[in-house]
Design a binder for this molecule. Structure first.
Ligand code: ADP
Ligand code: MG
Length: 327
């Protein structure tokens, strides 16, 4: 189990991590998600031992590793720009970390063979890296990371350079590989879909602190604050005035805002509420429609058919579906 507690890292006067804490349990896939500059890479580099913390601790199974050199931590790293050796074969790249472990040649050969099978590149040993596609290179990089059987796998935006459909495909495959080998994984990304697809648990980092940590569904249903709700892409954040116009009142006096999930809105001619259609765009499978409900509130809802701009549309909101916020 990895325990990061109260981690602080400064670069000169810049505080990159400001008391960040995180626990990654054995055999789980944990995503660390935050905007650019929030401290994700610094967190990963400090866990790996590439940065030394100014405060706090990194423990593995209860023992601090902050003074253990990177190559002795038993952690595997994969970065987007963690380049392969272009003039070596696939086997030469994948066996890199194994040779550092001083394993005999036969063990290395068998290990390379089995890890190439695992990442879907069977028989690629003697191919030159220069002849591979982008997706194949990322698989080789993953094989190189996994070959030494790291007790923790650390990935920093590993698919950032790939196009969307390839990324989605590889993500699902990576998840099944990690599950199969029972890896413990910390996966850094700024992308919500990527985090939600690969992870069992998603930690949100903002300005060097972890501000939320939950399952993807838990985060979506119970974001702790407006910033997190906005960051994960929850739509229909409204002021209390906007919600009051819809007859929605907060259960507690301290609430300051609320969000109506689009999936809780049902369009129907006999709905008790109404708004003016201001947008209707086909998004594959359904139309994303925008309804002006007054008090500067714009609600996004989904419709099986396109709606006419300017038309009045009645709708219903599922009872108890509003997420209320206190900041
Ligand atoms: P992320 O990976 O979330 O984009 P980083 O961990 O790379 O964020 O950076 C966090 C903050 O630390 C940023 O403000 C960044 O400018 C700063 N930072 C990162 N690395 C260095 C460095 N080597 N020297 C100075 N500042 C740095
Ligand atoms: Mg980064």
């Amino acid at each position: 189990m990895l325990e990061v507690s109260d981690l602080t890292v400064r670069y000169g006067t810049e505080t990159a991590l400001d008391g960040a804490s995180l626990v990654v349990t054995d055999r789980s896939i944990h995503a660390l998600m935050g905007p650019s500059g929030s401290g994700k890479s610094t967190m990963l580099r400090t866990i790996a031992g590439l940065e030394h913390p100014d405060g706090g601790d990194v423990r593995w199974d209860g023992t601090s590793v902050v003074d253990v050199p990177t190559h002795r931590r038993g952690f595997g790293l994969m970065f987007q720009d963690y380049a392969l050796f272009p003039h070596r074969t696939v086997a030469g790249n994948v066996s890199f970390g194994l040779r550092m472990q001083r394993l005999d040649a036969d063990t290395v050969r068998r290990r390379v063979e089995s890890v190439l099978d695992l990442v879907g590149l069977p028989g690629y040993e003697n191919r030159s890296v220069g002849t591979l596609s982008g997706g194949e290179r990322q698989r080789v990089a993953l094989a190189r990371t996994l070959a030494p059987r790291p007790r923790l796998v650390l990935l920093d935006e590993p698919l950032g350079a790939l196009d969307r459909s390839l990324r989605e495909h590889l993500l699902i495959e990576m998840r099944s590989i990690f599950t199969k080998i029972e890896a413990t994984v910390l996966y850094v990304t700024h992308d919500r879909d990527e985090a939600f697809t690969i992870a069992d648990q998603v930690a949100i980092i903002r300005d060097g602190r972890v501000v939320a940590d939950d399952t993807p569904e838990g985060l979506w249903r119970r974001p702790p604050d407006v910033w997190t709700a906005r960051f994960i892409g929850l739509e229909n954040l409204c002021t209390l005035a906007g919600l009051a116009r819809l007859g929605l009142r907060p259960p507690a006096a301290e609430a300051t805002a609320g969000a109506v999930p689009p999936e809780a809105i049902t369009l129907s001619a006999d709905g008790s509420k109404s708004g003016t259609v201001v947008g209707s765009h086909f998004r594959g499978g359904a139309y994303r429609v925008e309804l002006d409900v007054g008090a500067d509130a714009l609600l996004v809802a989904w419709s099986p058919t396109g709606l006419e701009s300017g038309a009045q549309q009645r709708f219903e909101i599922a009872a108890g579906s509003v997420r209320w916020f206190v900041d």
